[in-house]
Design a protein around this ligand. Structure first.
Ligand SMILES: *Cc1c(COP(=O)(O)O)cnc(C)c1O
Length: 403
């Protein structure tokens, strides 16, 4: 079957909540994916910053196949070795001591929300239920995560939102100071606003946020669903943020494409969710955890973090040059870190046609924040692959009329 006939069926059997590109992908290897008609694309979006070690990495494929043949699911009524090992490995690689596993980013954020409130409740501070997050943030689509998301377009028609949540401008410490107080359970932010348009936070701002939370007795939580697991050139973005949050949410890259979410917390929060207060049936299943362990093995085997720093610097330099180039009329600025970078499109440029034109030339990218062309390739991307993608992007962004 060709793309068209499969899409025709899809349009009869799917809900209409997505608007996918008109290609049906069937296989992948490294940074290449192939559709059902045999056309190959250079994948520089990695399924939205998920496919960390590339498509069909042999170490990941083998780990999943072996674990599937051994034990896939037991529930949290029992221990399983991969989950224990994964939590131990994550605690070695991060400044967090304790981990809880779930299945997606939204679920991880949802868990942070509940943990924040319950933490204070356990300490007898039952009035501390307020949460503060950032305007233009993105935290997921379940009701709690959606309520924390600071973009009204996602709230429309979905109300009422979860109560007790305020949104302030990202980077504005005075605005935050005005709302944080004795009722604040936690402040939640993304070190780099990903979906919001690759907006990078400043260490000086994070330091001020940390100090403010400490003064007020509120928890500081990072949503590292997009920035974590090597994406910005450190294992977690908090390493360059200069602060130690009390908890973080992880997902996207952690399973290398296999669904997995997690929260990490510092030791003082270990009892924030007593037995029975929070759970998920699938969370921490041996299959997902074996996948994540394989991803971490590839990080070590291939020195992936150092690689991300190297190719990330290269990509950043090339994008900055592109934004400065007068012949590239549709690019106005470049920003980001590591392998989470973006080009801000010029004011009258139509982002959807840019994306489609780049795709028609065989390169897959995504948009963020409406007008930012986002690069979030597999972390194993080579400089040659980036060059190939950048040549296409430059061509398209230089066209008088994009077609
Ligand atoms: C993608 C994302 C989420 C939501 O993750 P899902 O797995 O789609 O639920 C939450 N926070 C951030 C920062 C994200 O980028």
């Amino acid at each position: 079957m060709d793309n068209h006939s499969i899409i025709e069926i899809a349009n009869r059997v799917f809900l209409a909540n997505y608007r996918p590109a008109p290609i049906v992908l069937e296989s992948g290897k490294g940074c290449r994916v192939t559709d059902v008609e045999g056309r190959t694309y250079l994948d520089l979006c990695a399924g939205i910053a998920v496919v960390a070690v590339g498509h069909a990495h042999p170490v990941l494929v083998k780990a999943i196949a072996e674990q599937a043949g051994q034990l896939m699911h037991v529930s949290n009524l029992f221990y399983n070795r991969p989950a224990v090992q994964l939590a131990a490995e994550l605690s070695e690689r991060t400044a967090y001591d304790r981990f809880y596993f779930c299945n997606s980013g939204a679920e991880a954020v949802e868990s942070l929300l509940k943990l924040a409130r319950r933490y204070h409740f356990e300490r007898g501070d039952t009035a501390r239920t307020g949460l503060v997050s950032m305007q233009h943030s993105f935290h997921g689509r379940s009701m709690g995560a959606l309520s924390l998301t600071g973009q009204s377009k996602y709230h429309e028609g979905m109300g009422p939102m979860v109560g007790g949540i305020e949104h302030v401008p990202f980077g504005d410490i005075d605005a935050l100071r005005a709302v944080v107080g004795s009722q604040t359970a936690a402040v939640l932010l993304e070190p780099i606003q990903g979906e919001g348009g690759i907006v990078v936070g400043e260490p000086s701002y994070f330091a001020a946020v940390r100090a403010l939370c400490d003064e007020a007795g509120a928890l500081l939580m990072f949503d590292e669903v997009q920035t974590g697991i090597g994406r910005t050139g450190t294992f977690l973005a908090q390493e360059w943020s200069g602060v130690q949050p009390d908890a973080c949410a992880l997902a996207k890259g952690i399973g290398g494409g296999f669904p997995l979410g997690a929260i990490g917390v510092v030791e003082t929060l270990v009892d924030a969710l007593p037995p029975g207060t929070h759970a998920t049936t699938y969370g921490g299943n041996p299959l997902a955890c074996a996948a994540a362990l394989a991803v971490l093995k590839v990080f070590d085997d291939e020195d992936l973090i150092e690689h991300v720093v190297r190719v990330g610097d290269y990509l950043g330099g090339r994008l900055a040059a592109l934004a400065d180039d007068d012949t590239v009329i549709h690019a106005s600025a470049a920003r980001g870190r590591g392998l989470l970078q973006g080009i801000v499109l010029a004011q009258d440029t139509d982002p959807a046609s840019v994306l489609a034109a780049i795709r028609q030339r065989g390169v897959l990218l995504t948009l963020a924040g409406g007008n930012v062309l986002r690069f979030s390739p597999p972390l194993v991307v080579t400089q040659a692959e980036l060059d190939e993608g950048l040549a296409v992007v430059k061509d398209v962004l230089s066209m008088e009329r994009i077609q």
